[in-house]
Design a protein around this ligand. Structure first.
Ligand SMILES: [Zn+2]
Length: 247
């Protein structure tokens, strides 16, 4: 697993596009427009909590800084930890991947391309919330001397979990029988037949277009050597060439 700073997926693959045979993309419902509002809504309790209890934290400013600084990396490690529990590979962990801070995630974990079960996708997103917000809140009840610090950890993590929680709300509203890939969700057309997923991507040097094929059949995803073009892949490759001025 690689850990990278100030780089997002576009640095590794300026564009990745997918298309598939025997399935269509299941598009998310539009909760996204509330995301920015939610970022602020989730940060408000944290802000109020720190201001109201500043006297408690004032005597230990160094610890306050350390907790604030470590909350994001530990949050991302929790996502990676769930991948490990679920037996999924992690390709990389990216910190501060975008120039805009508020409206985009400030860090994320990128698991390798694979098919996931719905509960796994939900738990992948929810794992940091469980470990760093729910568990400390419960511990705070039983551990009065550390109560303020546990609540601080819980609220700090809550404010970094906005995008995860929005994703989980999306997933929970999805109907049964979909195929989950983290990058997208598929609705299979004919369940008796295999699904082929074409992945088209371009190298950072913009010198080569890669075309990979994955077959999902009998609950298993395998990358196949049998790479073939369809009307959609031909159109996609043409789009790539025009977008990146390739020969
Ligand atoms: Zn997260």
């Amino acid at each position: 697993m690689k850990i990278v700073f100030f780089k997002n997926e576009a640095h590794f693959h300026p564009r990745i596009s997918y298309c598939c045979d025997n399935a269509e993309f299941y598009l998310e419902t539009k909760l996204t427009k509330y995301k920015n509002l939610l970022v602020f809504a989730f940060a408000v309790p944290l802000f109020i909590f720190v201001v109201v209890n500043y006297e408690t934290f004032k005597s230990n400013r160094l610890l306050l800084l350390a907790v604030a600084f470590l909350s994001l990396p530990v949050h991302e490690l929790c996502h990676a930890l769930y991948c490990w529990i679920a037996g999924k590979k992690v390709e990389r962990m990216c910190f501060f991947p975008y120039k805009q801070f508020v409206t985009k995630p400030i860090a994320y974990v990128k698991p390798a391309f694979d098919v996931w079960k719905k509960y796994q996708v939900v738990l992948f997103n929810l794992f940091p919330f469980i470990i760093l917000s729910a568990v400390p809140s419960v511990l705070a009840i039983f551990c009065p001397p550390l109560r303020m610090w546990l609540l601080l950890i819980s609220l700090l993590n809550l404010s970094t979990s906005v995008f995860d929680i929005v994703s989980v709300i999306h997933y929970l509203r999805f109907p049964k029988g979909l195929l989950y890939f983290l990058q997208f969700t598929l609705k299979v057309t004919d369940k008796e037949k295999p699904v082929t997923i074409h992945r088209i991507m371009v190298t950072p040097k913009l010198d080569k277009i890669y075309h990979n094929c994955f077959v999902y059949s009998e609950n298993k995803l395998t990358q196949t050597e049998n790479v073939y073009d369809t009307d959609e892949t031909i159109i996609l490759k043409q789009e790539f060439k025009e977008q990146f001025n390739m020969e």
